[in-house]
Design a protein around this ligand. Structure first.
Ligand SMILES: Nc1ncnc2c1ncn2[C@@H]1O[C@H](COP(=O)(O)OP(=O)(O)OP(=O)(O)O)[C@@H](O)[C@H]1O
Length: 232
């Protein structure tokens, strides 16, 4: 279980409060008005932003003072963070070793991850020789080889068209199910939440609320969410 215990997270002068639990293996969307602190929340879990009060716990282990690389967390960014001068396989390999010195078994693992995301045989290409959707798959393969317990996504597919985005969301959900990873996904699109998230964390007015069942929340949105969804 991921627990944010009585947390206050600071992003510049902006504070987000969170006191909530997310079950292991859950797929949770993070939604709410622009600037409310959705990215702030996931960046605190990743360890990129400090918690000035409270603790972040994973299965009882205190992550609060651990640096990002030591946390059981992998993060997928919107731009995918691919390096243009490296091949697709090397970009994935960075998930295992930043120095790209991999054993034969680890290169096989890279190949298997590329196969799993539908990019078998494309390992020697450079990212520029791939479509936008394929580039997203490379970023996903990199997260996959890291084999972390918690997968954080911050609007990762916002630049893709609707059909491609749906395909990528389904792939994320499948991969998470296969590995048992816990997913926390920031999204501006409630349909993303409906598509793959069992639960939603609403971030509004400086507070991240405990997870609620997706359909229940989106079908009966509280006032803070109504304006954002355009249903008021
Ligand atoms: N680098 C920064 N320095 C100072 N304040 C920041 C910084 N980044 C964000 N903030 C503040 O923190 C607040 C929360 O930002 P955050 O990016 O978490 O919101 P968000 O809900 O993810 O927004 P959006 O949906 O627009 O991406 C914002 O209101 C902003 O004013």
């Amino acid at each position: 279980m991921l627990r944010l215990e009585n947390c206050r997270i600071m992003n510049g002068d902006y504070a987000v409060e969170a006191d909530l639990e997310i079950s292991a293996g859950a797929c949770v969307a993070v939604i709410g008005p622009s600037g409310a602190g959705k990215s702030t929340l996931v960046e605190a879990v990743a360890g990129f932003l400090p918690v000035t009060r409270g603790r972040i716990l994973w299965n009882g282990a205190d992550l609060t003072s651990q640096p990002p690389g030591k946390r059981p967390v992998a993060m997928l960014f919107q731009d995918g963070n691919l390096f243009p001068h490296l091949t697709v396989a090397q970009n994935v390999a960075l998930g295992l070793h930043a120095n790209l010195r991999l054993s034969e078994a680890e290169w096989s693992q890279v190949g298997a991850a590329l196969e799993r995301v539908g990019l078998g045989g494309m390992g020697t290409r450079k990212p520029a020789a791939l479509s936008g959707g394929q580039q997203s798959r490379v970023a996903l393969a990199r997260v996959l080889v890291q084999g972390r317990d918690i997968l954080l996504l911050d609007e990762p597919f916002a630049a893709l068209g609707p059909a491609l985005k749906a395909e990528m969301l389904d792939l994320v959900a499948d991969l998470a199910r296969e590995s048992g990873a816990t997913v926390l996904m920031v999204s501006h699109d409630p349909n993303d939440a409906r598509r793959i998230a069992d639960q939603v964390v609403l971030v509004a007015e400086g507070s991240a609320h405990p997870p609620q069942a997706t359909a229940e929340l989106l079908d009966n949105p509280p006032p803070a969410l109504q304006a954002y969804l355009g249903t008021d």
